[in-house]
Design a protein around this ligand. Structure first.
Ligand code: UDP
Length: 450
């Protein structure tokens, strides 16, 4: 516990889930709280652990997760169940030990947990500690998840009973197809709902989003939880924090970008989890080739089913795009999006990627797969009008979308809009801005509740 002019500052224990898109913002939040003066401990799974050398000053608490990496053939629901069941005992041991050290007393630790690791909330409440949920998805995902759950409780199943393009009543502008897990097997979804309904109510909720972007959804979240909601994003703009070492970044692509004309390059990446068929990747390759635009494409090794990397792409594609293309395994994405040569981002619309694109004023081509990506894509294209949604996975359609964003007047209009949003983000994280103030509010909440 830190002493500050007589005030006693609690230690903040954060749980980091093994997913890169969750781990990175959790570590960013931890870094921001450390800068405010809190001592920090990170409880993490042994699968995809953070690297302690990147975070001097943090205490690391490994949890006995006993889970293996999730892939196409494994069930997400089973994974979440096992992760929570297996990590719980070692988390309790760590907390009990920390509480007994240095005479902390029973209220000197505050727990902030990734909502996928909800075992931590239960343990904190049992030990009479303040527990706060941290969500790294979009706020709009939450009402969509609740609506999806409600449909399920009414015995309505998406694939069978609805026209997927129809708007969900009471959830405008979201369509059935935008709802989370709309393509997952019904049984899997049934179990997921059962698992998540075991969560216990937190004392507060933190969201990696910005109030001006998601005001309405944040109000719904407040109505649901009836506890303070802190929108502190985008966290990567609040505090510079080191990479997570998920994969080694290919920094050579920045040198390549330096040689390209301003706003000429389309950057393509589908994040850390998406897997797709070689057939779709081949269509994408030809869409890119036929668009005649320079492109930088991050293809994660193992992300194409039954392939190591991109070895199946035809020689004719490589010939046609030679000199105006670069394919890498993992890009320094935030730096890429901030580069003046990048004029568009073809993305799966993971929430980190969406926020990073908005923060740098880059319009998007949205190709959502699952979880919150459909919701994010819908807001990006239909509400904020800073992108287009790709719905037909064929080369001709892909070429058209690239042109709409990179070449056409329409793309320029999107660029102007997203440029204005970039400025709003800049203001939000500065002194007096909404995210800055929300973070200050969170600091006050942690101190007063411990
Ligand atoms: N990312 C990166 N290099 C890549 C691809 C992705 O650094 O080549 C980062 C990206 O900046 C973002 C994260 O990986 O912070 C992906 O998170 P997101 O929420 O967009 O998607 P997820 O991986 O969770 O599906």
């Amino acid at each position: 516990m830190e002493e500050d002019g007589g005030r006693r500052w609690p230690m903040v224990v954060l749980t980091a889930s093994p997913f890169h898109g969750h781990m990175a913002p959790t570590l960013q939040l931890a870094t921001a709280l450390q800068a405010k003066g809190f001592s920090i401990a990170i409880a993490h799974s042994k699968l995809n652990p953070p690297h302690p050398s990147n975070h001097p000053g943090f205490i690391f608490l490994p949890l006995s997760d006993n889970v293996s990496a999730i892939d196409d053939s494994s069930s997400f629901t089973r994974f979440i169940h096992d992760l929570n069941a297996n990590c719980q005992p070692s988390f309790r041991e760590h907390l009990t030990r920390l509480m007994s050290e240095e005479n902390r007393g029973d209220k000197s630790i505050v727990v902030i947990y990734d909502y996928l690791m909800f075992f931590a909330g239960g343990v904190a409440i049992d030990l009479n500690l303040t527990s706060i949920i941290f969500r790294s998805s979009s706020a709009a995902y939450f009402p969509a998840f609740l609506a999806r759950r409600q449909l399920h409780q009414q015995g309505q199943f998406l694939q069978q009973e609805f026209v997927m393009q129809d708007v969900v009543p009471g959830l405008h502008p979201l369509r059935y197809k935008d709802l989370p897990f709309s393509k997952s097997p019904i049984e899997d979804w049934h179990q997921l709902v059962a698992i998540f309904s075991k969560q216990r109510n937190p004392s507060a909720v933190i969201w990696n989003t910005v109030k001006f972007l998601e005001h309405e959804a944040l109000s719904k979240i407040h109505e649901h939880y009836q506890v303070p909601v802190f929108a502190v994003g985008p966290l990567h703009k609040i505090t510079p924090s080191p990479p997570t070492n998920f994969l080694e970044e290919d920094t050579g692509c920045i040198t390549w970008l330096d040689k390209q004309a301003p706003k000429s390059v389309i950057y393509v990446s589908f994040g850390s989890l998406v897997t797709l068929d070689a057939k779709v990747l081949t269509e994408m390759a030809w869409g890119l080739a036929k668009s005649n635009q320079p492109f930088l494409w991050a293809v994660r090794p193992g992300s194409v089913r039954d392939s190591e990397w991109t070895e199946f792409l035809p020689e004719a594609f490589r010939e046609e795009t030679r000199g105006r293309s670069l394919i890498v395994k993992w890009a320094p994405q935030k730096k890429v999006l901030a580069h003046s040569a990048v004029g568009g981002f073809w993305s799966h619309c993971g929430w980190n990627s969406t926020l990073e694109s908005i923060s740098e004023g880059v319009p998007l081509i949205c190709q959502p797969f699952n979880v919150d990506q459909g919701v994010n894509a819908r807001y990006t294209s239909y509400v904020w009008k800073i992108g287009v949604e790709l719905e037909v996975l064929e080369r001709g359609e892909m070429e058209k979308m690239i042109r709409r964003v990179m070449v056409d007047e329409e793309g320029e209009e999107m660029r102007v809009k997203v440029g204005e949003m970039k400025e709003m983000v800049k203001n939000a994280v500065q002194n007096g801005g909404c995210s800055h103030d929300s973070l200050e509010g969170l600091v006050g909440f942690i101190i007063s509740s411990s």
